[in-house]
Design a protein around this ligand. Structure first.
Ligand SMILES: [Zn+2]
Length: 308
């Protein structure tokens, strides 16, 4: 939902949980950030200013209390960030502090430990590098013949096709596909970057966020797989290793987690049971909507509103 109309979702009896990934000072790209995963600092400022005029900020910890009968304020909203981009600390945090708004940051620990890009950011990066090529040709496992792409619009719709297909097909190895596309477009295989939409928080940055009373850190797996696609062993590793690295490198013990991708096919009862076995109490989805909070609320199926 566009940042400037998000406050329309506030209402007396429900809680809006907003989902963001990044806040940046500039965003001048042809293909990268076309879905506005990172919004501009002045847009984020306007978004918080409008929410503060009309609503009451709460933390995800407050939310656990509201599910235990504590009264929730009217027009309540919570701010969450997924993945662990460095701009969360350098650009978003000062604006959150200025408005005194709590936020929860769900971190993918491999992104933090190795400054890794997500598989789709690696593909978007290669498309951006190829912007001046009049024609690009790409083979992907779900198409019988290579796709020929000329116009920017066809490239953007193909990027959407890639996102949609990969998120629904557990047989596709995401990073293998990204490496293949980078090579097909004539580049070396790239796993990390230093632009403001690539750089991730490092462990010092994570500690810095954690030290601020307004902010909470949660897990978002170790390598950002779709959790429902994993075997039991892989699932326990993705959760357990993520939580152990948060503890080891930043001294953080958390009861918060968010599912990578977060759509209805990305989690299930097996995933929820595994999270609970690690002491996780609350795990929002990325399904669109607002939430009624009561003792009957399932804090593992909370809906969020994607801010773009
Ligand atoms: Zn994510």
């Amino acid at each position: 939902m566009r940042f400037d109309v998000c406050s329309n979702f506030l209402s007396e009896n429900s809680l809006c949980v907003f989902l963001l990934h990044g806040v940046v000072k500039n965003s001048n790209y042809h293909y990268r950030n076309f879905n506005r995963k990172h919004i501009l600092a002045e847009e984020f400022d306007f978004f918080l200013e409008t929410l503060m005029k009309n609503g009451t900020p709460v933390s995800m910890d407050n939310l656990i209390e509201y599910s235990n009968e504590k009264m929730m304020p009217e027009n309540a909203f919570a701010i969450t960030f997924d993945d662990g981009f460095e701009n969360n600390l350098s650009v978003a945090a000062p604006i959150l502090k200025q408005y005194n708004v709590p936020a929860t940051f769900y971190l993918t620990t491999d992104f933090v430990a190795n400054n890794t890009m997500s598989w789709i950011d690696r593909i978007d990066w290669a498309f951006e590098q190829s912007v001046a090529c009049p024609l690009i040709e790409i083979s992907v496992p779900w198409r019988k013949i290579p796709v020929k792409l000329e116009a920017p619009s066809s490239r953007l719709s193909f990027l959407n096709e890639i996102r949609k297909t990969v998120k629904n097909d557990r047989s596709i190895n995401q990073h293998k596909l990204s490496s293949s596309i980078q090579r097909q477009l004539g580049y070396q295989v790239v796993y990390s970057g230093t632009s403001e939409i690539d750089t991730k928080l490092n462990w010092e940055d994570v500690k810095c966020l954690e030290q601020c009373d307004l902010f909470t850190i949660g897990g978002h797996t170790h390598s950002h797989p779709i959790m429902s696609f994993l075997s039991e062993t892989e699932l326990l590793h993705e959760i357990g290793y993520c939580l152990s690295l948060l503890k080891k490198h930043a001294g953080i013990t958390t009861k918060h987690f968010a599912y990578p991708e977060g759509m209805s096919n990305c989690y299930n009862q097996k995933v929820i049971k595994s999270l609970k076995s690690f002491g996780i109490k609350c795990c929002p989805t990325a399904e669109h909507g607002v939430n009624q909070i009561s003792s009957k609320s399932d804090l593992f199926k909370l809906k969020r509103i994607f801010v773009d």
